[in-house]
Design a protein around this ligand. Structure first.
Ligand SMILES: Cc1ncc(COP(=O)(O)O)c(C=O)c1O
Length: 432
């Protein structure tokens, strides 16, 4: 038995994988990875795969990036981790100063957690608690139809993708879903805005916050909408004293063509939630940025209000912060956002070829996210799985969301690698 086979067997004896029906692995082999470099992942037999989904949307500058490696190694020899209550360290101070500068004006305080879902929980609790400290009991959250914000109980409660949510419905807190713009047009953005304002007119005294994924709903089948919707929501939130939580866990750090998607509408949310790309895909870290105004609502004598009591053991881990600082160095030094524009335009050209296929319903793109929506298949046909398997056989990791085939590669992907990634997907779709 070769090493690939040995590892597959050892794995299945002891592991339970995320987002997986484990019985599928009776026929669908696992892929043990020996090493990663650039956009490539390589198994123990020397087979290489282009990571077309940035390993669940986290990797920005390739696997084993030499610069990030060097910075994490430096940190490793100095301080790996220290409790963040009562103590601090230089990497987290530097990171926070940089995030405050980089994010929309008015976001001045950073509160850390260690994954996207936990940061969503932080934002929800902080919003509720801030109103409470103002003497208001606003206990209802609003989110958009078709949204995804993670899978812990609170985050799942504000999500709206049936696949993840319906089993746990009896456990979840009640939330309200308002319309997401139906497509990328400004007209649909306006219509959805009207619906949100109507909801606020009726219920604003109970509404703590609206949480949304700016521009692209990731796990909601890569649904995209016009930035004007963000402008409207910002205005309505201010008018009715409802917080705006921008969940940029997926879209933050350049994915949409802006460093942060809120820039597309020139808005400042009350809470900005970041994770995934923050460490370049190296280590778990997340952060909620908020305003000095919200911060001030908690700043008082010990007995006046309760402090914000939310803590995770690994909050603000120093190694993760050093990876995040290295990631920001690369953005700063290598003009990434500009360079991505050319790559994104190149991918859009290639995307147009898919549109002509009979089994393709539409294509769409926002920044470094390119999408092909397939048409005419039933869920039980598991069409995405077929594309995934074809991709693996031909050296590309694609992981369609049902009938949505998408490309979200690390930003360091070359034009030749884009060709290989998208041509392989094209072949897979023509062979369905
Ligand atoms: C928009 C959004 N929010 C939150 C999350 C949850 O992040 P995590 O998987 O790190 O818990 C995700 C994960 O995909 C996401 O896409």
């Amino acid at each position: 038995m070769n090493k690939n086979e040995i590892l597959k067997n050892r794995d299945l004896d002891v592991l339970w994988h995320p987002c997986t029906q484990m019985k599928d692995h009776e026929s669908l082999p696992l892929t043990p990875i020996k090493k990663g470099y650039g956009v490539y992942l390589e198994d123990f037999e020397g087979n290489k795969f282009i990571d077309g989904i940035s390993s669940w949307w986290v990797n920005l500058f390739g696997h084993s990036n030499s610069y990030i490696n060097e910075k994490v190694k430096e940190q490793l020899d100095t301080l790996e981790h220290v409790i963040l209550a009562g103590f601090t360290q230089e990497p987290i101070i530097r990171l926070s100063e940089r995030l405050v500068k980089l994010t929309p004006n008015g976001l001045d305080k950073c509160f850390y957690a260690d994954n996207g879902s936990s940061a969503v929980e932080v934002a929800l609790k902080m919003s509720f608690h801030a109103h409470k400290n103002d003497g208001k009991l606003k206990d209802t959250f609003v989110s958009l139809k078709n949204s995804y914000h993670g899978e812990t109980i609170g985050a799942l409660s504000v999500g709206d993708v049936e696949l993840y949510k319906d089993t746990y419905e009896p456990l979840l807190i009640k939330t309200i879903q308002t319309a997401v713009p139906k497509d990328m047009s400004i007209e649909e953005a306006k219509k959805a805005g009207v619906e949100f304002e109507k909801l606020c007119q009726e219920k604003a005294d109970k509404l703590s916050a609206i949480i949304l994924e700016p521009l692209v709903q990731g796990a909601g089948y890569m649904h995209m909408y016009h930035p004007h919707f963000l402008e409207i929501v910002r205005e309505v939130c201010t008018k009715y004293d409802v917080h705006l939580i921008a969940d940029e866990v997926m879209v933050g750090f350049g994915r949409t063509g802006y460093m942060f998607a809120c820039e597309s509408a020139n808005i400042t949310p009350d809470f900005l939630v970041l994770s995934k790309g923050i460490t370049g895909g190296y280590l778990p870290l997340s952060v909620v940025l908020t305003t000095n105004d919200i911060y001030a609502k908690f700043y008082c004598d010990y007995n006046e209000h309760k402090a914000f009591l939310h803590s995770h053991s690994y909050t603000g881990n120093a190694l993760a912060c050093s990876a995040a600082n290295a990631t920001l160095d690369i953005f700063e030094n290598e003009n990434i956002i500009e360079k991505n524009k050319e790559k994104s335009a190149y991918m859009l050209e290639k995307l147009k070829k898919f549109e002509k296929l009979d089994n393709v319903k539409s294509i769409r793109q926002t920044g470094m996210i390119s999408v092909v929506e397939l048409d005419g298949y039933k869920p039980e046909e598991r069409i995405g799985l077929k594309v995934y398997q074809y991709g693996l056989k031909n050296g590309v990791l694609l992981r369609p969301l049902g009938h949505i085939v998408y490309f979200m590669p690390p930003y360091i992907i070359t034009y030749e690698e884009i060709d290989k990634m998208m041509d392989t997907a094209y072949e897979a779709i023509t062979k369905l």
